[in-house]
Each structure stands twice: as structure tokens, then as C-alpha cells.
Design a protein around this ligand. Structure first.
Ligand SMILES: [Zn+2]
Length: 100
């Protein structure tokens, strides 16, 4: 079977799928089309995990410490917080509902 050169697109592969080779240090290049589409630049953090025999990669977007939601509130004492949880914390405090 002839070796595939970079630039060749295997006919059995969907057009938006790519084959990349892992180098001797375990690195792989994310295609520029993917980086552009997802707004990834140098230093962008990626979240990765293994599921079965596949590796998944996604842009890492930090979420709220409590619910994982969007960081539409910002940070409180350095911890990520969403507006909904921030409002809930304020309500709990005003109701005097301190548990423990
Ligand atoms: Zn939250």
C-alpha cells in the first residue's frame, strides 16, 4: 500500500476530516481551518479526553465554579462565577440560610 503524502485526501474520508501524523514528541498540528473556525490562537487552552479508542479535543472555556455555566458575572475572590449563582449566594446570605 503506498504511503500517503501530506496533501493527499483519502477518498474514504469526509471532506471536513483530516489525517495528521503525531511527531516524535507526541505533538499533532491542529489544521488551520479548525483553528480559524474556533478562534484558536497561540496559547489557546484545549480540553482533551479519551472516550473508548478516540481522543476528543475542544477549546477550553472556563465555566462557573458551581454550575459550569457562562462567566457572565466574572470572578469572586479569584474563582469563576456566573450571575445566576452570584445572585443565589446573595439571596442565601440575606435569608440567613447558613448551613453547617
Ligand atoms: Zn453558576
Amino acid at each position: 500500500m503506498p504511503r500517503r503524502r501530506s496533501g493527499d485526501h483519502p477518498p474514504d474520508l469526509p471532506p471536513d476530516h483530516f489525517i495528521r501524523t503525531i511527531d516524535e514528541l507526541g505533538r499533532v498540528v491542529v489544521p488551520v481551518e479548525f483553528r480559524r473556525r474556533l478562534g484558536l490562537t497561540d496559547g489557546s487552552p484545549l480540553e482533551m479526553f479519551v472516550d473508548g479508542d478516540a481522543i476528543y479535543l475542544a477549546p477550553y472555556r472556563e465555566g462557573c465554579l458551581f454550575c459550569g455555566g457562562d462567566l457572565d458575572f466574572g470572578r469572586f475572590r479569584g474563582k469563576p462565577l456566573c450571575r445566576s449563582c452570584a445572585e443565589e449566594l446573595v439571596r442565601l446570605d440575606s435569608e440567613g440560610a447558613h448551613s453547617g
